[in-house]
Design a protein around this ligand. Structure first.
Ligand code: URA
Length: 217
């Protein structure tokens, strides 16, 4: 059976828009299901909507989102519209606190359904919350710049959250921004290789060698 990804994702969005499974629905203005190219080999997943996302219903449109767009464009050579972006939770946690385990548990089926429809080759996790859901890793400084296995053939690639970089400006070698630069360059290479239909395992092995040689990990 041929499934139309957009139709399937619209159906998931409709369910999300009515969701009252956790208390975040009481304070939200809009749900933020996710957006972007549903045929992209890469999906980027953050933690949860902030104030700008809550008022617009779109992911990563505030300060962190603007930085993400710039890093994608300047460092990875990727246009935001060429990838899909979403979050672990679809409603804003008050005062931008980290979502609780119960909130994440209530919400995660939506993200999993979205991923099963989109079937990306790689999920790029932005920040600790997304990393720990997808990889069970705890230390981003040790886990970033590397691939992990998720379900089936889907890999994850860990990098810093752009919000963290808004508080860390140094581009000195070994700084979070410098490592993000290395990650984004690798992400650009993997995006173009996967778009050309290169085999995921070959792409992973080429990126791993590149990261080792360049001091990115
Ligand atoms: N931070 C996130 O994790 N997600 C957004 O959509 C915006 C900021």
């Amino acid at each position: 059976m041929i499934i139309n990804k957009n139709t399937e994702l619209e159906a998931i969005k409709k369910t999300i828009s009515k969701c009252e499974k956790c208390s975040l629905h009481l304070t939200r203005n809009n749900v933020v299901p996710g957006e972007g190219n549903v045929d992209s080999p890469l999906v980027f997943i953050g933690e949860g909507p902030g104030a700008d996302e809550d008022s617009s219903g779109r992911p990563f449109v505030g300060r962190a989102g603007k930085l993400l767009d710039k890093m994608l464009k300047d460092w990875a050579g990727i246009n935001r519209n060429d990838i899909y972006i979403s979050n672990i939770v679809k409603c804003r946690p008050p005062k931008n606190r980290v979502p609780t385990d119960d909130e994440m548990k209530s919400c995660i089926q939506y993200l999993e359904s979205q991923m099963l429809v989109i079937k990306p080759k790689v999920i790029v996790t932005l920040g600790a919350t997304s990393m720990s859901y997808f990889t069970n890793k705890k230390k981003i400084s040790e886990s970033r710049g590397k691939f992990y296995d998720w379900y089936g053939n889907i890999k994850t690639f860990v990098t810093f959250h752009p919000s963290y970089l808004l508080r860390n400006h140094s581009m000195e070698k070994g700084s979070p921004r410098w490592y993000s630069y290395m990650d984004m360059r690798a992400i650009g290479v993997m995006f173009r290789a996967l778009q050309k239909g290169k085999n995921i395992n070959e792409v992973v092995s080429a990126i791993n060698s590149r990261m080792k040689e360049s001091g990115g990990i």
